[in-house]
Design a binder for this molecule. Structure first.
Ligand SMILES: Nc1ncnc2c1ncn2[C@@H]1O[C@H](COP(=O)(O)OP(=O)(O)OP(=O)(O)O)[C@@H](O)[C@H]1O
Ligand SMILES: [Mg+2]
Length: 217
């Protein structure tokens, strides 16, 4: 039975699809992965997977969905036949986010060091509380992306995010790397892109996520 990872964030353009696609590629290196794009018709993850799957046979399955009821069905259909199910969610629509929270063993919230995104993420707290009424062990972690750690504002925002949002964050962060958009456009991950820093950063993030999930088996 698969472990399910939801990628959620109320704010658009936060880096959900980038995380969903790269994580799918990383986990599919050794395991079977179903990637569900629940952000249709935009379908960034779906477009990425279509390019990728056209290229070579893969341990990756793509599914798309437009309603939270269908998301529930898709997860129960795919989970028995895969090691991981990854859900890329739309920015708006609390229903889809709530469903992803309830269905997932781990939910990741990409966050860039901008006050606007941190304020938007605080709106997410209400949805997390609702989901916890249904499933008390909902596990949500922030993941910093496009992070510029050496700036004072980034460090201040990191402290505020932990205090105000009260959410755990991944130790490993992703910096601002052009490799992410370059690789995505070609159906690739940064693991397959000639940018060593991006690759090493993402491998560390992937390792941390795998370890969290192993602790839940
Ligand atoms: N770590 C990063 N470094 C540089 N660019 C990044 C990084 N992460 C994401 N991006 C870029 O930021 C933009 C938004 O990322 P992405 O599409 O993953 O976000 P999203 O939350 O899925 O957005 P949407 O609301 O459009 O679905 C893309 O152009 C992507 O290439
Ligand atoms: Mg997206």
């Amino acid at each position: 039975m698969a472990q399910t990872i939801g990628i959620i964030q109320i704010k658009g353009g936060a880096g959900r699809s980038t995380l969903a696609t790269n994580l799918s590629a990383l986990l599919a290196e050794r395991n079977t992965v179903a990637l569900i794009d629940a952000d249709m018709p935009q379908g960034t993850s779906a477009a990425w997977a279509s390019i990728r799957l056209a290229d070579k046979p893969h341990s990756l399955t793509l599914a798309t969905t437009t309603t939270y009821q269908d998301l529930v069905e898709q997860v129960s259909r795919l989970a028995p036949h895969h090691d991981y199910v990854i859900i890329d969610t739309p920015p708006r629509g609390a229903e889809m986010t709530r469903a992803a929270l309830i269905l997932s063993d781990l939910c990741l919230v990409p966050l860039t060091a901008s006050a606007a995104e941190i304020w938007a993420t605080s709106d997410l707290l209400a949805t997390i509380h609702e989901a916890r009424e249904v499933r008390s062990d909902v596990d949500v972690r922030l993941i910093w992306t496009r992070f510029r750690g050496n700036t004072r504002s980034a460090q201040e925002l990191s402290a505020v995010a932990q205090q105000d949002l009260g959410l755990k964050e991944l130790k490993n962060k992703l910096g601002y790397r052009v490799a992410f958009s370059e690789a995505l456009a070609r159906g690739l991950s940064v693991l397959e892109w000639p940018d060593r820093t991006a690759r090493v950063e993402f491998q560390a993030v992937g390792k941390e996520i795998k370890k969290i999930l192993e602790g839940k088996r």
